[in-house]
Design a protein around this ligand. Structure first.
Ligand code: HEM
Length: 484
């Protein structure tokens, strides 16, 4: 058997040896064609260079470098090495990252139509495909009008009393306890979001809404495997239940003819521009998602920075005590929240230093040229807010927490905690309001201390003080402050 084989193999082998040079040439020729075609595909007829940078390993790119350490160090290092625009490859996608105010404005404002918002498909499914974040054009403009109508200053000024009640409830529940600050701030921000969506109605549905939302949240960052038992599966089920609860509320409002503008839901149901039930559910779930962890992480950082800077805490407390004395026990009003300049600067400086949303995602809808570089169609584009907020060109001594820097307005397009352009945050006034109200009562009535010495930060996905900042809060004695 083996000798037969040798007899058959030998002529074939010699044929192969004879053909080897031509086969090699063929192979090299094909490689050259492939290289030229892929370059032509990437750079188009204009043959512009791609931005500088490295793409890492096939498929995984530089994802490990990004997440094995502090992602912000990855961005800072790349910027130092390659300048304000560079390419990389993360989470299976080729990306261009931009870290100058001008480039961020180009992507988010002046050429926003060339860059569409983009999320992984699994996240889009979970939040709701008709939610505002994923839209462009007429439908997006219509949604934005409806959201802004419910969240602009004139609409929210009457919510101060409700927000104050939520703040006082939260603070009372922390008194004498050792709490995870981020966790508690999430509950507060959730309650304020529900108030701004439903007003004071629908109390009977609130607990069910919360339970479903917590399940959805647990699965949001899990592997998108939709099989019974997985976190993702449970989250998708909870998402369906959330939509059903919202549909029940909508239907009960319709039967009671309560469709006038009242909170965000009222705005969505208002007759002339009413949305469908699915559109309403997607957008209500989306707004809760946008409102809660963002505000809660900024509040957590404020408590941390105030604790680390006793002089600033004293000055904020004095500003708030002055307002409290003038109120003589009466509730806060919208006008009172406009008399808190130092506290407002503390909020601004916290949003700059912490930059809880370090960046956002867009996708180029066609080949785009920027500063002589090509941003190819389909590539992700990430404006890096944090790099802009931490650049010494934009903010002197950027690592230093110094609220007084906001006594002078920052240079245009250098301060973007709420984004920029047509997708910028429509909830920014509400976020500032709820932070001011909570800080008023926190600084005038409570003190807090850290348990053990814990410093450090965590990512997941928001930047947070380590372990969510565990603290013990207690009511000040009557001599120190004015008890609640
Ligand atoms: C301190 C708290 C908050 C921060 C730092 C924040 C930050 C942001 C940023 C940076 C964007 C733009 C994202 C992008 O361009 O891709 C955004 C969008 C958005 N935010 Fe906020 N946000 C906060 C609170 C809120 C609140 C309280 C609400 C609602 C009650 C809200 C609702 C939204 C919505 C609906 C969008 C999407 C707008 C659109 O796509 O047109 N946010 N937010």
């Amino acid at each position: 058997m083996s000798s037969t084989c040798v007899a058959i193999v030998t002529p074939n082998a010699s044929l192969t040896i004879m053909l080897l040079p031509s086969l090699t040439l063929c192979f090299l020729f094909l490689c050259l064609i492939y290289y030229l075609l892929s370059r032509a595909f990437l750079t188009g007829s204009r043959s512009l260079p791609l931005p500088p940078g490295t793409m890492g390993w096939p498929y995984i790119g530089e994802t490990l470098q990004l997440y094995s350490n502090n992602p912000n160090s990855f961005f800072a290092l790349k910027q130092k090495r390659y300048g304000p625009i560079f390419k990389t490859h993360i989470l299976g996608c080729p990306c261009v990252m931009v870290s100058s105010p001008e480039a961020a404005r180009f992507v988010l404002v002046t050429r926003a139509h060339l860059f569409k918002p983009t999320f992984p498909a699994s996240k889009e499914r979970m939040l709701g495909p008709q939610a505002i974040f994923f839209q462009q054009g007429d439908y997006h403009a219509r949604l934005r009008r409806l959201v802004l109508r419910a969240l602009m200053p004139d609409a929210i000024r009457s919510s101060v009393a409700g927000i104050e009640a939520a703040a006082l409830r939260a603070l009372r529940s922390w008194d004498g306890r050792f709490v995870n600050t981020f966790h508690e701030m999430k509950t507060y921000a959730f309650n304020v979001a529900l108030l701004s969506i439903f007003g004071n109605d629908e109390i009977c549905y609130i607990e069910d809404l919360k339970q479903c939302y917590y399940t959805l949240e647990k699965g949001y960052n899990s592997m998108p495997v939709n099989l019974p038992g997985t976190l993702f599966y449970k989250a998708m089920k909870a998402r369906k239940q959330l939509a059903q609860i919202v549909a029940k509320i909508v239907s009960s409002r319709r039967t009671q003819w309560k469709t006038e503008a009242n909170g965000l839901l009222g705005s969505f149901m208002e007759a002339t521009e009413a949305l469908t039930d699915d559109q309403i559910a997607d957008n209500i779930i989306g707004v809760i998602f946008a409102a809660r962890d963002t505000t809660a992480s900024v509040l957590t950082w404020i408590v941390k920075y105030l604790g680390d800077n006793p002089g600033i805490l004293r000055a904020v407390t004095e500003e708030q005590e002055e307002i409290m004395r003038s109120k003589d026990g009466k509730s806060l009003t919208w006008a009172d929240t406009k008399r808190m300049p130092l506290t407002s600067r503390v909020i601004q400086e916290t949003m700059r230093v912490a930059s809880v949303l370090s960046f956002t995602f867009r996708e180029a809808v066609e080949d785009v040229e920027y500063e002589g570089y090509l941003i190819p169609k389909g590539w992700k584009v990430l404006p890096l807010f944090r790099n802009i907020h931490h650049s010494p060109d934009n903010f002197a001594d950027p690592e230093n927490f110094d609220p007084s820097r906001f006594e002078v307005a920052p240079k245009p397009n250098t301060f973007m905690p709420f984004g920029n352009g047509s997708h910028s945050c429509p909830g920014n006034e509400l976020a500032k309001l709820e932070m001011l109200v909570l800080l008023h009562h926190l600084t005038t009535k409570y003190r807090w201390s850290m348990v053990g010495c814990q410093s450090g930060i965590q990512f997941g996905p928001f930047v947070l003080p380590l372990n969510g900042l565990p603290l013990r809060f207690s009511l000040k004695s009557p001599v120190e402050g004015h008890p609640a």
